[in-house]
Ligand binder design. Sequence first.
Ligand code: B4P
Length: 322
Amino acid sequence: MTDFSTLVQQKYDAALASKDLLFFEAETVKKDTRGINFEITCVPSLGQKPKAKDNDDSKEGEKKEEKVDPFLSPNPNLLVEEKDQHLILLNKFCVVPNHILVVTKEFRKQTEPLFPTDLYETWVALTTAYGKTPAVAFYNCGPNSGASQAHKHIQIMPLRHDGPQPPLLSAFEEIKDRKAGQIYTIDKIPFIHVITPLDRPFIDSSTSKDELEDYLGQMFFGLLDGMFHQMRQHTQPTKTSYNFVMTDQFMLLVPRSKESAILEHDGKAFEISVNSLGFAGLLLCKSDDEKKALEAHPDLLEFLVQLGMPWSNIVQPAEPAG
Ligand code: B4P
């Protein structure tokens, strides 16, 4: 039987060759901010890709066309594997080869939290799709999270650069005596977040599917409670959007206030949209000028504060949280 990583690679190669999948050439530069080596990926050709949200050509007064859901009857050439309640698809617009999506077979809203079965399929794909190459799973939840598709989907991408991957891993590893299941905040990160180490020995010890689903679900909902606890202490009530990042080491949640932020540089203003990856240290931009603006920014963590939520001045982040 073909193993999953071979299957992903074979499907990717075939979809690229048949042009069912579009690969966008990128340039990546690094920028250190408070010991986190951010990666800024510049993809000028993405600037021409239509935004799903703006993909509405109807004129005012005309009946609006129903937006197509690309995950409901997906292109079979992008289908990697069919699971009980999920499909594993290739990302049609990829900047990193072999970027895959875990989508629900039935329509579910992207504003829902992740359920144990979503987390289980994500974990299995995350840990088997790329051999020993580190990878990241992420979920853009809610209107300010950077999501452009309304059908529930988690994304998984391999990470191939030098240094800790994702870059946020370096800050996570600075948490002293960290314990699996404990919820932490990282002092140097100036926006509300919660992070928890995963119990690898437990996961690796021939855990059954049910046990793993329960475990991942408990970790996720514990972290979500921790995030709401921090938001109650530091912010006014608001519609919830958040970013979720999972590696084979940790889960991270960051509540979002805005999808994009304005960056000024050299007399020009740029609107930069950020999804979950930004909070893992991976920023995407779509022009050379945007790249220069990000590179020139004195503190990328402060840039992210505009998109997340600052800690209030009254209560300082405590460690551990929640
Ligand atoms: P969303 O959660 O809705 O939004 P997104 O990842 O922010 O991507 P977006 O669609 O806004 O595109 P963007 O130009 O910002 O994810 C929807 C996913 O479905 C995307 O992965 C999209 O490509 C995919 N998709 C849409 N239609 C599809 C179809 N018909 N079949 C299969 N898949 C479909 O970003 C472009 C790409 O770059 C995205 O894949 C994004 O995830 C990725 N990216 C963002 N930041 C990155 C970074 N720092 N490094 C590398 N890649 C990055």
